[in-house]
Design a protein around this ligand. Structure first.
Ligand code: HEM
Length: 502
């Protein structure tokens, strides 16, 4: 039991600091009479209570977080001038939040779904957030599709149930989704807790070095605990007994001083290569071949401290891909560009315009935090005192920092709404490659998981999916078809290793 539970030296007060004489008995007119409105402590208590819930994240609502430490193990200063990478051995404080995507705040952890993998590095040049997932790709490649994705995977507006038809109708109308769908339906679709999965920045970002050279870069975080997954049957059993299995696993491991660790790698593409790489280098539905751009080690991070208070640190955490530091920048990936807006906007709605002041969000490692932002609800940090709130001014306060100017990025073409599909219709090669890399057991699990998940979708939707699978690899299409038939006949069972389906 934590020490503070036993602390009986601290008296109870109202929020205004006045002593509370009695926290159990309402003020009434006589021992059996009605309550009096002057029981102001009661009024305060109930009024606070009904305002305690803040909006949940629109997606990734269910999550777990922990603090930790990032340590540089290799010199990558030739790629990035970011201060956190400046020398081998350098350590930076971190916060991480893992999550499921579609479920609400009270959903079970062991669901077949992508996992969020959000990292914050409290660097001396400000917070750097890598707001990634446990998969290197995503369902779509234009941010216009994002609100729809969430409506398709969340509850049906009429039944308030999850709907296989909504889900698969949407996915199969975006053929580029097959790569991500294949990963979610694979044996990796239900990680056994958050410690046993890799993380990915997923998008292409940019690195800029001290010579002002730009590189395109992808981030990979490989678990040192080893990959562990659950089958559908194992997950169903687990959820029946424990809806918080991933939260419990992470929290308990850190309490036991078994600190989970991940190794941080990058893939680096010289700026000029992007022009004619064989895949669109900024397409979030594609990966870069590791043969073309091998993994380069950067460092490792460990999670070594549980938050003292879940709401304070985990619920109020507001990550955003727009939190970047000098030496790290965005790429033309239009999904990333869309996200640069969305998260700060969500934080201002969910937590408030001054969410930066909340300790988990405050750039606690930064040497300087001086903005001209003023006022707004819940401004509690002195509001930059008497410093003038305007620029230009004659006092040289909060001056620009031209040393951090990024090199110019050449852009071309007329502004228009360009259809991605006219640029690249190569939807199926990478999911096909992934399928062919799987062992027969993994392929069999993919077939069976798909058959169970798509059950309930319309024939037309199922046929559309089968058609896409077959285009990725005829054996993929055939395997899913046979698994669906077996499932309909009640012959699929719980065992994913149904070798005759391979
Ligand atoms: C959460 C938007 C794609 C990873 C969120 C939230 C929004 C959002 C509004 C809730 C934020 C909050 O309330 O604090 C979008 C949009 C996307 C997109 C508009 C595409 C256009 C992605 C992708 C990834 C990702 C591609 C991973 C590579 C996450 C994670 C969280 C999150 C990890 C939870 C962060 C946390 O733990 O607090 N997203 N998202 N999202 N998103 Fe996205």
């Amino acid at each position: 039991m934590p020490e503070q539970y036993h602390d009986n030296t601290r008296p109870l007060t109202t929020a205004a600091g006045a002593p509370v004489p009695d926290n159990e008995n309402a003020v009434t007119a006589g021992p059996r009479g009605p309550m009096l409105l002057q029981d102001v402590w009661f009024l305060e208590k109930l009024a606070h209570f009904s305002r305690e819930v803040i909006p949940e994240r629109r997606m990734h609502a269910k999550g777990s977080g922990a603090f930790g430490t990032f340590t540089v193990t290799r010199d990558i200063t030739r790629y990035s001038r970011a201060a956190l990478f400046s020398e081998v051995g350098k350590q930076t404080e971190m916060f991480a939040r893992f999550s499921t995507v579609a479920g609400e705040r009270g959903a079970a952890d062991a669901e077949r779904d992508i996992r969020g993998f959000a990292l914050r590095f409290y660097t001396e040049e400000g917070n750097w957030d890598v707001v990634g997932n446990n998969t290197p790709v995503f369902f779509h490649r234009d941010p216009h599709h994002f609100p729809a994705l969430n409506r398709a995977v969340k509850r049906d507006p009429r039944t308030n149930l999850r709907s296989p038809e909504n889900n698969w109708d949407f996915w199969t109308n975006l053929p580029e989704a097959l790569h991500q769908v294949t990963i979610v339906m694979s044996d990796r679709g239900i990680p056994d807790g958050y410690r046993h999965m890799h993380g990915f920045g997923s998008h292409t970002y940019s690195f800029i070095n001290a010579e002002d050279e730009r590189f395109w870069v992808k981030f990979h975080f490989r678990t040192q605990q080893g990959i562990k997954n659950l089958t559908d049957a194992e997950a169903a059993k687990l959820v029946a007994g424990d809806r918080e299995s991933a939260q419990r696993d992470l929290f308990d491991a850190i309490e036991r001083d078994e600190f989970p660790k991940w190794t941080f790698f990058i893939q680096v593409m010289p700026e000029a290569d992007a022009k004619d790489y064989r895949f669109h280098p900024f397409d979030l539905t594609k990966v870069w071949s590791k043969k073309d751009y091998p993994l380069i080690e950067v460092g490792e991070f460990e999670l070594n401290r549980n938050p003292e208070n879940y709401f304070a640190d985990v619920e109020q955490a507001a990550f955003t891909p727009s939190n970047m530091v000098p030496g790290v920048g965005p790429s033309p990936d239009r999904m990333l560009q869309g996200r640069l807006f969305s998260y700060g906007d969500a934080a201002r709605y969910r937590v408030g315009v001054n969410h930066h002041q909340i300790p988990v969000n405050y750039p606690r490692g930064a040497t300087n935090v001086n903005t001209y932002h003023r006022d707004g609800q819940m401004r509690v940090d002195g509001n930059q005192g008497g410093v003038p709130g305007y620029t230009p001014n004659s006092y040289d306060r909060f001056s620009d920092q031209p040393a951090y100017h990024e090199p110019a990025l050449a852009l071309e073409g007329a502004a228009d709404r360009y259809e991605y599909r006219e640029d690249d219709v190569n939807y199926f090669e990478q999911p096909g490659d992934l399928f062919r890399q799987m062992s027969p057991e993994q392929q069999s699990a993919l077939f069976a998981n798909t058959a169970r998940a798509i059950d309930g979708a319309s024939e037309a939707t199922i046929e559309r999916h089968l058609n896409h699978c077959a285009q990725a690899d005829p054996a993929y299409g055939q395997g899913v078809r046979r698994a669906i038939e077996a499932h309909k006949a009640g012959a699929l069972g719980d065992d994913d290793r149904i070798s005759e389906l391979v």
